[in-house]
Ligand binder design. Structure first.
Ligand code: HEM
Ligand SMILES: N[C@@H](CC(=O)c1ccccc1NC=O)C(=O)O
Length: 278
C-alpha cells in the first residue's frame, strides 16, 4: 500500500495566513454570499444563480464592447475583431446556459414566482446597456432605472455616444464611403433610421472583399454577434413560454407576446439587407 498523496511534497502551498489565496483574489465570500432565496422552493437557487451568472457574463460583454468601440474609433480594427469574437462567444455561453434553466418545470417555478413581486429581467440595466451599446436605443427603456441615479447616469452616458454600429459607419465615412445622413448626426439617443446610402456602402464592401477586407471582416463580426444575440432572445422567449405560457410578465409587459415582438429588433439592419442585394 502506498502512502496517501500529499501535494505539499511537490511544493503545493498550504499556508495562506499571510498570502493572497484563491478566495481572496476572487472575493469569493462576496460572490458566494449573494444568493438569498426568498422562498423554500428548491428551484429558486437555480433561478438566482442562472441570473447572477448571466449578469457576470453581461458585465464582461460590456467590458469587451466598450473596448471594441474605442478601438474602432481609433482605427485599430484588429483588436476590435478579437473583442467582438469574444462577445459572440459570451452569448454562445449564455445560450447554452438556458439548457440548465429549462430543467425547471412550470410547477416548480410557480412555487416561488409570487416571491419575485414585480421584479423582472426587464429591469436588467446591463442587458439594456448591451442593447444601447449595440445600437438598439429607446430612451423609454430608461424608465425602470429612474430610482437609481447611478445606473440612469451610466445608461445616459451610453446614449450620449455613438453605438457600436454608428462607429462602424463612421469608420466607413473616414475611409471615403458615402454614408449619407449618418455622417452628419450629432444626437445619438435614438435608434438611427435605416439608410440606402449605408446599404450601398456595405454592398461595395461585400462585392469586393479583397479590396475592403478590414471592413468586410468587421461587418461579419457584427453579423456574428447579432446572430448569437438573436439566439439568446429566441431561447429566452421559448423558455418563458415553456414555463409561464402566455401569462403577463412580473415586470408588467404582456410576457411572451412582448418578447416575441422583440425578436423583430434588428441591430445592424443594412448588414442583413445587403445579403439580398449581392
Ligand atoms: C423562468 C425563467 C424566466 C422567465 C419566466 C422570464 C420571463 C420574462 C418575461 C415575461 C419578460 C418580459 C418582461 C416582464 O416581466 O413583463 C422577461 C424579460 C426579460 N428577461 Fe426574463 N425570464 C426568465 C429568465 C430570464 C433569464 C435567465 C434572464 C437572464 C438574465 C432573463 C432576462 C430578461 C431580460 C433581459 C428581459 C428584458 C427583455 C427585453 O426587454 O427585451 N430572463 N423575462
Ligand atoms: N418576468 C418573469 C420573472 C423573472 O423571470 C425574473 C424575476 C426577477 C428577476 C429576474 C427575472 N428574470 C427574467 O425576467 C415572470 O414574469 O415570471
Amino acid at each position: 500500500m502506498s502512502e496517501p498523496y500529499d501535494p505539499a511534497s511537490e511544493g503545493a502551498q498550504m499556508s495562506f495566513k499571510e498570502r493572497m489565496s484563491y478566495s481572496d483574489y476572487l472575493h469569493l465570500e462576496k460572490v458566494l454570499d449573494a444568493q438569498t432565496p426568498l422562498s423554500s422552493a428548491h428551484d429558486e437557487m437555480l433561478f438566482i444563480i442562472q441570473h447572477q451568472t448571466s449578469e457576470l457574463w453581461m458585465k464582461l460583454a460590456l467590458h469587451e464592447l466598450g473596448a471594441a468601440i474605442r478601438s474602432i474609433r481609433a482605427d485599430r480594427l484588429e483588436p476590435s475583431f478579437k473583442m467582438l469574437s469574444r462577445v459572440a462567444r459570451i452569448f454562445e455561453q449564455l445560450n447554452n446556459a438556458w439548457d440548465v434553466l429549462r430543467t425547471m418545470t412550470p410547477s416548480e417555478y410557480t412555487e416561488f414566482r409570487d416571491a419575485l413581486g414585480q421584479s423582472s429581467g426587464f429591469q436588467s440595466w446591463q442587458y439594456r446597456a448591451i442593447e444601447f451599446v449595440a445600437g438598439n436605443r429607446n430612451p423609454a427603456m430608461l424608465g425602470p432605472h429612474k430610482h437609481r441615479p447611478d445606473l440612469s447616469q451610466k445608461l445616459e452616458a451610453i446614449l450620449a455616444e455613438p453605438s457600436l454600429y454608428d462607429e462602424a459607419l463612421l469608420l466607413l465615412a473616414r475611409n471615403g464611403f458615402d454614408i449619407g445622413a449618418d455622417a452628419r448626426r450629432t444626437d445619438w439617443r435614438e435608434t438611427r433610421a435605416e439608410s440606402e446610402a449605408v446599404l450601398m456602402a456595405w454592398q461595395t464592401v461585400y462585392r469586393d472583399p479583397q479590396r475592403y477586407w478590414m471592413f468586410y471582416e468587421l461587418a461579419e463580426k457584427l453579423v456574428d454577434f447579432e446572430d448569437y444575440f438573436r439566439r439568446w432572445r429566441f431561447n429566452h422567449v421559448t423558455t418563458v413560454e415553456r414555463i409561464i405560457g402566455m401569462k403577463r410578465g412580473t415586470g408588467g409587459t404582456s410576457g411572451a407576446s412582448y418578447l416575441k415582438k422583440m425578436l423583430e429588433v434588428v441591430l445592424f439592419p443594412e448588414l442583413w439587407t445587403v445579403r439580398t442585394r449581392l
